[in-house]
Each structure stands twice: as structure tokens, then as C-alpha cells.
Design a binder for this molecule. Structure first.
Ligand code: HPA
Ligand code: ZN
Length: 338
């Protein structure tokens, strides 16, 4: 298939950690201007260090990299760099995760983080026509109490944050640990998502649905071990925000040919494709789409379905979803042979 089809199709990204879009070049620039020491001497050395064997080996390096982010301008520049790439890749809508605890723990104010990101989102709405929402993720390796404190800090910025999520080390930190925080977030009107079934068992996906009341499952690829759960996900059209390059780089699947995205799609699940932490995993939206298309021999119909799922699974109002779906259909009908 010609890769121009993937490049040109209008798409949405729903699983992107803004801290994971920190390219080594930008990491060095921020380290220099903020006078933060890095354990690497060159961009090449940083890239060489990005060899992961599981989620935790990645997280250790990802949290270390985030230490260069200190002032509002850093968060603005980071977000703007990501959005500029998205504009180049024909991404029309993004829902971005951020990890406030990674920053507040180091003495960076919650407000500094949110305003830097939010100002870039506003500018991209105006300059690129990219619509966007921001989702606050709780770090699940930290305590429930810490998550409650973070939720409190978010309340004054209520109109800038559409929802809450759950990320970081999955195994050993089940959804149940955050049941009360998610209930409180829901009372405050936040939408809910959670990472589940990336490395953890299908039970974590079930608990994210039943105990946290999530509207999307981030990753979710481990659902396949439980056929009843797969049937439930298909029946309810519960979206999975799948991140193919992340999954192979973190050894969830040994190689892309082993990925279950196509099987889940064929079983009727609402599968979306996303980049997770593109600066660490070797690709943004288009690279992820190309990688799965090639390895799993996705047809144009499969690609169109996956891309449409991205808009259907978004938190955009229904009228906006419908107009984005129409734009995808218009693009596809223009580019289909005949
Ligand atoms: N999983 C869990 N936590 C994360 C991830 C992920 O893929 N990326 C950034 N934080
Ligand atoms: Zn993620």
C-alpha cells in the first residue's frame, strides 16, 4: 500500500503522554537553559539508552528525562513541538495525558505545568486548527492519598482538564487502589480512562470498567486471554487505545507480526492506534499506522475503520465526531481506486 494514504488521512490521537514526546534534542536544549545535569553526553548516547525490556525499564528513563522540565515555557515548547508534528501528520484532534506528580514532586507548581501545556493547545487550535483535550493521569505507583491531593490541585483548573487517567507501573497497582479517587473525580465532572491490560492481567481491565467506571481502556491488549471479556468489549464498543510501537519496544509482543490489533479489530472491538511516548518508542501517529499496516497486512478498509474509531472514541461532542467521520469518508472515497 502506498504510505501516502496513511499520511494524508485525517486522524485523532487519544493516547499520548506529553512527557513522552520529549525528543533528545529538546531534552538537551531544556537541560542547558535550566542548568540541569543529564547523565548523557550526546543525543546519540540518549537514543542508545532507549533499549527497554519491559514497562519499568522504560519508566525509569522516562521519569529521569522529565527532570529537565522546570518552567512554563518548557511545557509550552514541549507541547508546541508535538502539535507541530501532528499538524505535519494530518492529525486533527488530540487528547493528551500529563503526569503532574512527576513535576510537583520536584517542586514545579501544578499551575506551571497546566498553563504551559494549555497555552500551546490554545495556539494550535488557532494556528493549526487542531482540537484538543487534556487528561490528568495519576501515577499508580504512588499512594491513593497522593492522587487525592493531585485531584484537589486540579480543581481550580477544572475547565482546562477534561478527565483523569491512570498510568505508570501497572502490575502490583490494580485499579482498585484508585476506586475512591475516580469516584470523586466523577462527582467533579471529570471523564475517566485508565491504562489497563498493557502488562497486567485481564482482571485489571475488568476492574477498570467495574470499579473505576472508565469510558476507554488505554492499551487493553491483554484482554485476549479472557474470551468473555473480549465479547464484553466488542458488545459495548468499549474503545481500546492501542499503541503498537510502544508494545513492541516494551516487549509486550516480541515483534509487530505478533500484535493482536488485527484479531481484535476483526472481533469487532473499537480499536484505535496511538503513539504513547513517541520520542522513546520510535514513531508518531503515521509511523505507528504504517508499522501495523505492514506487519499485519491491514487493508484500506481496516485503516479507515481504525482511524474512524479514533474520532468515535474521542470526547468530542457528537456533532464534531460526525463531521470528522465525514471528512475521513470523503478522503477515503477520493483515494480509493475507482
Ligand atoms: N504505560 C504506563 N505508564 C506510562 C506509559 C505507558 O505506556 N507511558 C507513560 N507512562
Ligand atoms: Zn500510555
Amino acid at each position: 500500500m502506498d504510505s501516502g494514504f496513511i499520511e494524508g488521512i485525517p486522524k485523532a490521537e487519544l493516547h499520548l503522554h506529553i512527557e513522552g514526546s520529549l525528543e533528545p534534542e529538546l531534552m538537551f536544549a531544556f537541560a542547558e537553559r535550566n542548568q540541569v545535569a543529564l547523565p548523557y553526553s550526546s543525543v546519540e548516547e540518549v537514543r542508545k539508552a532507549y533499549q527497554f525490556t519491559n514497562l519499568q525499564t522504560f519508566l525509569d528513563i522516562y521519569y529521569a528525562g522529565a527532570k529537565v522540565l522546570l518552567v512554563e515555557q518548557d511545557f509550552y515548547d514541549l507541547t508546541w513541538a508535538y502539535l507541530t508534528r501532528m499538524q505535519e501528520q494530518n492529525v486533527k484532534h488530540v487528547e493528551i495525558f500529563f503526569d503532574p506528580q512527576t513535576h510537583t514532586e520536584r517542586g514545579v507548581a501544578f499551575q506551571t505545568v497546566v498553563e504551559g501545556i494549555d497555552n500551546a493547545l490554545k495556539d494550535a487550535r488557532r494556528e493549526y486548527g487542531i482540537s484538543s483535550y487534556l487528561i490528568l493521569c495519576f501515577l499508580r505507583h504512588l499512594s491513593e492519598e497522593d492522587a487525592f491531593k493531585t485531584l484537589e490541585q486540579a480543581l481550580p483548573f477544572r475547565e482546562k482538564i477534561i478527565g483523569v487517567g491512570l498510568d505508570s507501573s501497572e502490575v502490583g497497582h490494580p485499579p482498585e487502589k484508585f476506586k475512591r479517587v475516580f469516584a470523586r473525580a466523577s462527582e467533579e465532572g471529570f471523564r475517566r480512562v485508565a491504562h489497563a491490560g498493557e502488562e497486567g492481567p485481564p482482571e485489571y481491565i475488568i476492574d477498570a470498567l467495574n470499579l473505576l467506571g472508565v469510558e476507554r481502556i488505554d492499551h487493553g491488549v491483554k484482554c485476549e486471554k479472557d474470551s468473555q471479556l473480549v465479547a464484553r468489549l466488542a458488545e459495548s464498543k468499549m474503545p481500546l487505545t492501542v499503541c503498537p510501537l510502544s508494545n513492541t519496544r516494551l516487549c509486550v509482543f516480541a515483534k509487530m507480526e505478533d500484535h493482536n490489533l488485527k484479531r481484535l479489530l476483526d472481533l469487532g472491538l473499537c480499536v484505535t492506534v496511538n503513539s504513547d511516548d513517541p520520542a522513546y518508542f520510535g514513531g508518531y501517529m503515521n509511523e505507528n499506522l504504517k508499522a501495523v499496516q505492514e506487519a499485519l497486512d491491514l487493508s484500506k478498509e481496516d485503516l479507515v475503520e481504525v482511524v474512524k474509531n479514533g474520532f468515535r472514541a474521542s470526547f468530542l461532542p457528537e456533532v464534531a465526531v460526525q463531521s470528522r467521520l465525514q471528512a475521513v469518508d470523503d478522503y477515503a472515497s477520493k483515494t480509493f481506486d475507482g
